[in-house]
Design a protein around this ligand. Structure first.
Ligand code: ADP
Ligand code: ASP
Ligand code: MG
Length: 410
């Protein structure tokens, strides 16, 4: 008998009919003799609707109340799934984050799980109950409801699997695995049999929304093998796991894009010690993550600083940066929301040269201007005008031999 954690995403529970399909699959796995913990997202589109309601009221709603609001989506789907399973004759019980409890820090809208008390779950499993857990939510130590950031049910699932030392952690979704790029953009994308934690971390943080980045961090930290597969068929999906020796032979494993960032430039910042700290500390105090940062070579004692922030935090960030910029004596602030970041990822880059230059040449051949560049051991990212995103992803995918049927070589 194994302990199986399955997570079903929003599209997989988008209608009652789909919830019935999920229930049949859960029941089948249970009937095979497994203990079952099921983590579910809100029905497709529900979280967006709740966010839109908050936005109708004000631009910056209280983050505490935002979390109370958006956590409601999962309350609906867990109850519906439990009802369907019960109507099929199974013992099933739904739990919200606070009822388990899943403890998080108090960073509303992007909280981090720090402890899961699993006694309730174990007791239910012992009595043969299928446990259904609301994804995306937790509770802080002061009893406030928190949410884990968009796509956070993935993280709930992996954290629950880690806490329970589950034998299997399956993320069931509307594609049958992790592809070399988003198959909605490039139909020639190929499914990977396996991908290392580090590559998946890069892909997730560079925009591939198939898994939330924190779910991969959890999986890596606690050695949880995550199986990403379709909720509609039994095809083997993609294993997200420790790196093995064949992974290094592939030069580039995936291409990602991210249209969720915006660019802010602070102009003619005095080039003195401590200035960057004075600009960036207020952003980190406001829990805004700054991604790429570029500082130009200093000219006559001043320099330009350009960086990217999540588009969802853009207005808030701009306000903070404008205040900080005037305090440090910068001459002005410019911003651009119409940018996209395209990236190539692969552990094979560690041992091969020429990958970045091939990326730049490929983009330039298509007339795509590169605004910012950043690299790590296993990725290269370029910021470009967002109207070229799809084109850039397609040509890079082809140039690095990732299209279906092309051989991955080098
Ligand atoms: P869920 O609702 O199940 O959480 P998501 O919409 O969050 O599903 O994630 C699945 C989607 O991720 C797919 O429909 C696909 O368009 C997108 N996606 C982006 N990058 C990739 C990739 N590299 N491989 C597979 N899917 C990807
Ligand atoms: N319902 C949440 C969202 O739409 C969490 C999730 O689906 O993972 O972001
Ligand atoms: Mg998702």
């Amino acid at each position: 008998m194994a302990l199986v954690v399955q997570k079903y995403g929003g599209t997989s529970v988008g209608t009652i009919e789909k919830i019935r399909n999920v229930a049949r699959r859960v029941a089948r796995t249970y009937d095979d003799g497994n203990d079952m913990v099921v983590v579910v997202s809100a029905m497709a589109g529900e979280t967006n609707k709740l966010v839109a309601l908050a936005e109708e009221i004000c631009e910056f709603p209280s983050e505490r109340e935002y979390d109370v609001l958006v956590a409601a989506g999962e309350q609906v789907s867990v109850a519906l799934l439990a009802m369907v399973l019960q109507s099929m004759g199974y013992k099933a019980k739904s739990y919200l984050g606070w009822q388990i409890p899943i403890y998080t820090d108090n960073a509303h809208t992007k909280a981090r799980i720090d402890e899961i008390q699993d006694a309730n779950i174990h007791e239910d499993l012992r009595s043969g109950t299928i446990v259904i857990v609301a994804g995306f939510q937790g509770i802080d130590r002061d009893g406030n409801i928190t949410t884990l950031g968009r796509g956070g049910s993935d993280t709930s699932a992996v954290a629950v699997a880690a806490a329970l030392k589950a034998d299997v952690c399956e993320i069931l979704t509307d594609v049958d695995g992790v592809y070399t790029t988003d198959p909605r953009i490039v139909p020639e994308a190929s499914k990977m049999e396996k991908i290392s934690y580090d590559e998946m971390l890069e892909m997730a943080s560079l925009g591939s929304k198939i898994l939330q980045i924190r779910s991969v961090e959890f999986a890596k930290k606690y050695d949880v093998v995550v199986h990403v597969r379709s909720s509609l068929n039994d095809n083997p999906g993609t294993l997200v796991m420790k790196e093995d020796s064949d992974m290094e032979t592939v030069l580039v494993s995936g291409v990602t894009y991210n249209k969720d960032e915006a660019k802010i430039s602070v102009l003619r910042v005095p080039d003195q010690p401590g200035i960057a700290a004075r600009l960036f500390s207020p952003l980190s105090d406001a829990n805004i993550t700054v991604d790429m940062i570029i500082q130009n070579v200093s000219h006559e004692g001043s320099t330009d600083l350009t960086f990217t922030v999540p588009r969802s935090d853009f207005k808030k960030a701009l306000k903070i940066v404008e205040e900080a910029a005037s305090k440090v004596g910068a001459s002005g602030v410019e911003s651009n929301e119409s940018i996209a970041k395209v990236s190539i990822v692969g552990v094979g880059m560690r041992s091969h040269s020429g990958v970045a230059s091939k990326m730049f040449t490929t983009l330039s051949t298509e007339g795509v201007n590169i605004q910012m560049i950043s690299t790590s051991e296993i990725k290269v990212s370029c910021v470009i005008d967002d109207k070229y995103t799809e084109l850039a992803v397609r040509v890079l995918h082809e140039a690095f031999g990732l299209d279906k049927g092309q051989l991955t070589q080098e």
